[in-house]
Design a protein around this ligand. Structure first.
Ligand SMILES: CSC[C@H]1O[C@H](OP(=O)(O)O)[C@H](O)[C@@H]1O
Length: 349
């Protein structure tokens, strides 16, 4: 199975980080990129939990899709006569992997609901495949809505992005990078400025890899450079992904996003959050209640095994931060672009 394209006649540039071959879930190992394009075959629910926790697969929609197949693998492990107790245990295991991205919990809940209707392997497999395929279609719609929302400029657009909200973070095409792909295909894009995004470097390692694959001009910058470029008028808009959006439009996303939003606001540059409805958590009134994952200090202390600070130094490694709704120009979804304050009404239509 070619992870760079589905079985259907798609171009090689269609990156698919999560695929199902009927027996196992094939993941692009994102910890190995950009050096090597490695596939990991996940055959048990435990292996899937580990893959999510160690960020072999990462990105809010992608870990939701992966967890859905983790539930299929869990169903195959269960007592066929009474599968639901084991499925509940697998659901708890998968929920425990990462706390911030709501897509993980949304997908697990959807698979459990499907199992209560029909707990057959075939039904759960069909549900997980439906989640995967819907996400790709959703990202394509998001890309086109986002393109329409970008500022009209006499020149081609210079877009800044943070972390990786690309095909690798979804089932394919990407959210923020979906907008980038749509802009590129419409010949409206000059370049993407990609924050390297310390400490896991998703921008340098993953966003750059995706865009280079497709011949989309990308320049990686240290996270500290964005202010300089905004001050020089080198950025026309910012597009970022999201891991959880509260009902009032506050957004949890990769650490550093809040700072970029503040900079963009100061410089009068539009700041778009790009995410499917499955990332919106209407049960959460505002961002103050969003659980922020804290990852190992080792991720900050070292790069490729090289220690960056003296013994005795403490390290703090929150993986996400919350951007207030007031700093967000628009939330780009598969059904259109909404002001943060419009979200609740728009979803309840
Ligand atoms: C398409 S949303 C991707 C979202 O997830 C990333 O976090 P991580 O790499 O830790 O899974 C980052 O927040 C992206 O914006």
């Amino acid at each position: 199975m070619d992870l760079l394209s589905m079985t259907s006649a798609r171009t090689r540039s269609e990156i698919r980080p999560v695929l199902w071959d009927g027996q196992s879930c094939l993941l692009i190992d994102q910890t190995a990129l950009p050096g090597s394009l490695r596939t990991v075959a996940i055959e048990t629910s435990e292996q899937m939990a580990t893959a999510i926790r160690t960020m072999i697969v990462r990105g809010a929609p992608a870990i939701g899709v992966a967890a859905a197949f983790g539930m299929v693998l869990g169903r195959r492990e269960a007592d066929p006569a009474q599968p639901l107790p084991h499925l509940q245990k697998v659901a708890s295991l998968l929920r425990s992997t990462r706390p911030t991205a709501v897509n993980l919990f949304w997908a697990i809940d959807r698979m459990l609901a499907a199992a209560h209707l029909d707990s057959s392997v075939a039904h759960l497999e069909g549900e997980a495949i439906a989640i995967l395929e819907a996400d790709i279609a959703t990202c394509r719609a998001i890309g086109d809505h986002g393109l329409a929302a970008l500022p009209a400029t006499p020149h081609r657009l210079r877009l800044l992005t943070h972390c990786n909200a690309g095909a690798l973070a979804t089932a394919g095409y990407g959210t923020a990078l979906g907008v980038v792909r749509s802009a590129h295909r419409a010949h409206r894009l000059e370049r993407v400025w990609a924050d390297e995004t310390r400490p896991r470097l998703q921008g340098a390692r993953l966003t750059a890899w995706e865009l280079v694959q497709e011949g989309i001009p990308v320049t990686v910058i240290a996270d500290t450079v964005a202010a300089h470029l905004l001050g020089k008028g080198q950025i026309d808009a910012v597009v970022v992904g999201a891991d959880r959006i509260a009902a009032n439009g506050d957004v949890a996303n990769k650490i550093g996003t809040r700072g970029v939003a503040i900079l963009a606001h100061y410089h009068g540059v539009p700041f778009f959050v790009v995410a499917p409805w499955s990332t919106i958590d209407l049960d959460l009134a505002d961002g103050s209640g969003i659980a922020i994952e804290e990852r190992s200090p080792e991720e900050v202390r070292t790069i490729d095994g090289v220690v960056l600070a003296p013994e005795g130094t403490d390290f703090y490694n929150p993986a996400f931060d919350v951007t207030p709704a007031a700093l967000i120009s628009g939330i780009v979804t598969e059904t259109g672009v909404f002001a943060p304050a419009q979200l609740g009404a728009a979803l309840r239509r």
